[in-house]
Design a protein around this ligand. Structure first.
Ligand SMILES: Cc1ncc(COP(=O)(O)O)c(C=O)c1O
Length: 398
């Protein structure tokens, strides 16, 4: 038995994406910047991929789509664009949330010694960044607000439209890291009113190493890679055409199948959630409804999430942990901490992320395996014995 339940980390490439990748590599290998016929053929393919993607993300004009190497690069470029806008208009505050991906948080940290004040607002205990929290800290000195559309560890969806409106009332730019949302839930740059948006192909059944930065017409993206004049002089480097063509194919499929995938994956998720929540002293982290279809994060009191993952892996199930393993030490997840969770609880978390490729049988198997493994680990856990005997107080209200 081999079950892949780590789709928030990366997804399997779709058949159409693979075909597009192979076909482009095989038949369209010219450099889009070359003037000869091979180059022109490549340039035409680049043009049509940009058009397809622009339409699918609700861009006004296709020039608003910049192809990058993925989510981390798109996030970094968006933050640097916000910083440049701040320098131009004499604004020194940048607001984001404390549970962003490290691509955003570390890009923001790099701006601290350039005189920017970085304000990170906490989501509420259900994993939602409330517009009122933004209202409290935003002012006319704010250059950029960057709030992710869907959180990668817990899956909760943020009220992007309202947050963007709030930013605009103060003449601040609004960026959303939509890496976990694009291809999974509806998005339209036009409708949401964002100035910048980041996406990454490998999170929606496209290839690794290729992504999108949407930049609204009229705003110039700051360069973070120097070289040629590709991507309308916003991002240097010979275009990853096979990757871009495959990303367009993957996004087309994701958007076409979105309605049925949302229904199917959400039903798998809800079944699994119900089953796992029969385990005592267990919580589903984040709002139960306002979440992307595939992402769940559970906390099991009295055990280590890492131990549970290893046990699940030995049974052929690949999931992931809420904790990042840094230099041999286990740091508690900054996402779970931002929700006000104690270190003890954060260590007992795992993330299960499903896709349309998972089956009902797999869900039954995961539920069964999680129940058995948690029970075994609790039998060996001193903390759990103490909670059971009343020596230690449970941190979960059952
Ligand atoms: C929310 C979010 N932003 C950014 C990234 C980085 O994307 P990439 O792996 O394409 O650099 C990820 C990847 O996990 C993510 O989940």
């Amino acid at each position: 038995m081999s079950i892949y339940a780590d789709n928030a980390a990366t997804t399997k490439m779709s058949r159409n994406a693979l075909d597009a990748y192979m076909k482009t590599s095989d038949n369209c290998y010219g450099n889009p910047s070359s003037v000869h016929s091979h180059g022109q053929k490549a340039s035409n393919l680049l043009f049509s991929a940009r058009k397809v993607i622009g339409t699918l993300i609700g861009a006004n004009v296709q020039e608003e789509v910049i192809f990058t190497s993925g989510g981390s690069e798109s996030d970094t470029q968006a933050i640097m664009t916000g910083a440049e806008y701040g320098k131009k208009y004499g604004k020194t505050k940048i607001i984001s949330s404390s549970f962003e991906h490290h691509a955003v948080i570390n890009a923001l940290n790099s701006l601290k010694n350039e005189g920017f004040e970085i304000v990170l607002i906490d989501p509420d205990k259900d994993g939602i960044v409330q517009p009122e929290s933004l209202e409290k800290v935003i002012d006319d000195n704010t250059a950029l607000v960057s709030i992710m559309m869907a959180n990668n560890e817990i899956g909760t969806i943020q009220p992007i439209r309202t947050l963007a409106e709030t930013a605009h009332r103060h003449n601040a730019l609004f960026h959303t890291d939509a890496v976990q949302a694009i291809g999974h839930i509806p998005f339209s740059a036009k409708e949401y009113g964002v100035d910048m948006m980041s996406a990454s192909a490998h999170k929606f059944n496209g290839p690794r190493g290729v992504g999108i930065l949407y930049v609204k017409a009229g705003l110039r993206a700051s360069k973070i890679i120097y070289g040629g004049h590709q991507e309308n002089d916003s991002r240097a480097g010979t275009e990853n055409l096979p990757g871009i063509a495959a990303m367009a194919a993957a996004l087309k499929d994701s958007v076409l199948d979105m309605k049925q995938n949302i229904e199917y994956v959400s039903s798998l998720r809800d079944k699994l959630t119900e089953e796992i929540l029969t385990i005592p002293n267990t919580i589903l982290v984040g709002d139960r409804k306002r979440r992307v279809p595939g992402i769940m994060n559970f906390v099991f009191e009295g055990i280590e999430g890492e131990a549970l993952l290893l046990m699940l892996d030995s049974r052929g199930i690949s999931a992931s942990s809420g904790s990042a393993c840094t230099a041999g030490s286990l740091d508690p997840s900054h996402v779970l901490k931002s929700l006000g969770m104690t270190d003890n609880l954060t260590h007992g978390s795992i993330r299960i992320s499903l896709s349309h490729e998972n089956t009902e049988d797999e869900i039954i198997e995961i539920g069964k395996a999680v129940k058995e493994c948690v029970s075994k680990l609790r039998d060996m856990s001193e903390t759990w014995q103490e909670i059971q005997s009343g020596i230690r107080k449970s941190e979960i209200d059952n």
